[in-house]
Design a binder for this molecule. Structure first.
Ligand code: GLN
Length: 577
């Protein structure tokens, strides 16, 4: 039977519950305990897929195609375990399920109420994660802050949960803030006291307090928190701001977080093996060289909008012992002032995913600049579509080429709606989502980087490369280096004459993990470093270029996937086109 940890947050939002939950996951995993982490989000949206990145930050996509909170990305990266749609629950999804049951008549004439129907549905979702993946420990993070009206049903459900599964199987962990008040020259415990009081009024007494602070918390203060909040002193855990989120598990280990959790859950104490994680942090903190990568997007005021991409760049930089400097470039500024001003001295350019026409011309200009100035380039989803539009307009002479997303009547829709999207009316959960196989063509940069025949990557888009332009594209010196196994959908394009120019219809950033940086990001960072080393010009990387005939015709090279011969394809992925 699984053990359950519930993580609540107090005092302020953005306190870092996700990182604390993910860090505890890492510490348990390093003791050989299997872990699954789920997030309960109190908003009414069924999932964050329809929310603006300005509202919500990145939408993280799971292998099975759920659009989820970005904390799921942290869970995956810290525990090195893939989560599923079961790990993401919102108030909207709970109400939707309950209302559907009511319409079916499942409640047999009863009045449907928050307690017990909504709370039962919440508890069922938590149990479902335990049942489906059978982990030793299920960690549940409750979004929002204790005291919010919206999170009350979740708190009531987790209160009941302990009664349902037994005291020794449940642990409540409360993450709070212990602020430094400059005018008093002191750290203050009162906000934490109030937050715990609030939690207790709902019937939950925290077992562990994780206290976020910007400096060490003195023993006297821990003692005070212990007294006022009725939490044993050894369970008052300090969580001091770290330079990198990847240091947090190590700091929490020193504070004894996992040891206390294991004791309270009556699990066996085991020696953790954090050596790899320690090496990672050591490398992160002692880089040998540095590089600068420009990210050209339109949500740059909020770097959370591109969280997984930034982490993927970081993972690759850590592995290559490089200090990663990010230059956030608003694509609309490039539209006004041109690429030269912003991209002249950078070592690499990434154009990430996005929706809507605002800023697209700036992204296309960034692709053009990177292409013409031999700057290593990685395009992701919309970034790939921009590189195709750039080619069409500036290389193939189709001045009016566009994506049907931005101009449905364009005479040259080089990016077009996916066939299965034609009749889609609802916006929520209807894109091409989740893991799909991609067959790599021989003698391409993609093949060299991945070193595999078939790769599986996560998608989130409605539009695709228009096959009517394939030959024209290939005739102009480009290569299509990855397609769906039947060769129909273009998944990766590249420019063989360039030191490093590759763009993908999928989002490789979702699969990068600190311990296993993604090959495409590693390739970009290595190429950027080569460029940085060679000073002005990246042509010193010529020796690494792939010899490839520009007229390569992918459909002849791609072997149609044979599900019988391909166990992964057969087992985990339903291939839909
Ligand atoms: N807007 C584009 C599409 O829907 C790209 C999506 C993305 O970048 N995730 O196809």
């Amino acid at each position: 039977m699984a053990k359950f940890v519930f993580v609540t947050g107090g005092v302020v939002s953005s306190i870092g519950k996700g990182i604390v939950a993910a860090s505890l996951g890492r510490l348990l995993k390093s003791r050989d305990y299997s872990v699954s982490i789920l997030k309960l989000d109190p908003y009414i949206n069924v999932d964050p897929g329809t929310m603006s990145p300005f509202q919500h930050g990145e939408v993280f996509v799971t292998e099975d195609g759920a659009e989820t909170d970005l904390d799921l990305g942290h869970y995956e990266r810290f525990t090195d375990t893939s989560m599923s749609r079961l790990n993401s629950v919102t108030t909207g999804s709970i109400y939707q399920a309950v209302i559907n049951k009511e319409r079916r008549g499942d409640y047999m004439g009863g009045t449907v109420q928050v307690i017990p129907h909504i709370t039962n549905e919440i508890k069922e979702r938590i149990r479902r994660v335990a049942k489906n993946t059978n982990p030793d420990v299920v960690i549940t993070e409750i979004g929002g802050t204790v005291g919010d009206i919206e999170s009350l049903p979740f708190l009531e459900a987790i209160r009941q949960f302990r009664k349902d599964v037994g005291r020794q199987n449940v642990l409540y962990m409360h993450v709070t803030l212990v602020p430094w008040i400059a005018s008093a020259g002191e750290m203050k415990t009162k906000p934490t006291q109030h937050s715990v009081k609030e939690l207790r009024s709902i019937g939950i007494q925290p077992d562990i307090l994780v206290c976020r602070s910007d400096r060490p918390i003195p023993a006297t203060l821990k003692h005070k928190l212990s007294e006022f909040c009725d939490v044993p002193e050894q369970c008052v855990i300090a969580s001091i701001d770290a330079k990198s989120i990847y240091e947090v598990p190590l700091l929490l280990e020193q504070e004894g977080l996992a040891q206390q959790a294991i004791e309270l859950l009556q699990l066996e104490q085991r020696q953790p093996d954090l050596s790899n994680w320690q090496t990672l942090v050591d490398r992160l903190y002692s880089p040998k060289n540095s590089i600068e990568i420009a990210i050209v997007g339109k949500y740059i005021q909020l770097s959370d909008a591109y969280l997984s991409m930034v982490e993927a760049l970081r993972h690759a930089a850590i592995e290559l012992s490089l200090d990663l400097n990010l230059k956030w470039v608003n694509s609309e500024d490039i539209e006004v002032e041109g690429g030269e001003k912003y991209l002249k001295n950078v070592d690499g350019v990434v154009v990430p995913g996005g929706f809507g026409s605002r800023g697209v011309d700036g992204k296309i200009a960034a692709v053009e600049y990177a292409r013409n100035h031999q700057i290593p380039f990685l395009g992701l989803c919309l970034g790939m579509q921009c590189s195709v539009m750039e080619w069409a307009r500036n290389v193939a002479g189709l001045k009016d080429a566009n994506s049907a997303e931005f101009d449905p009547n364009t005479p040259n829709p080089v990016i077009n709606l996916l066939p299965e999207q034609h009749d889609v009316v609802d916006l929520g959960g209807t894109m091409r989502l989740g893991l799909y196989p991609c067959r790599l063509a021989p003698n391409t940069l993609a093949k060299r980087l991945y070193e595999k025949e078939v790769v599986y990557e996560r998608h989130r888009h409605r539009y695709e490369f228009n096959n009517a332009y394939r030959n024209l594209f290939l005739e102009n010196g480009y290569a299509i280096s990855g397609t769906s196994p039947d060769g129909r959908l273009v998944e990766i394009v590249e420019l063989p004459s360039h030191p490093f120019f590759i763009a993908t219809q999928f989002h490789p950033e979702f699969q990068s993990r600190p311990s296993t940086p993604h090959p495409l990001f590693k390739g970009l960072i290595q190429a950027a470093f080569n460029k940085a080393k060679s000073g002005e010009s990246a042509t010193s990387t010529t020796s690494q270029r792939i010899a490839i005939s520009p007229g390569i015709n992918i459909s002849e090279q791609v072997i149609v996937a044979d599900a019988d011969r391909d166990p992964i394809l057969n087992a985990t992925t339903e291939v839909k086109y």
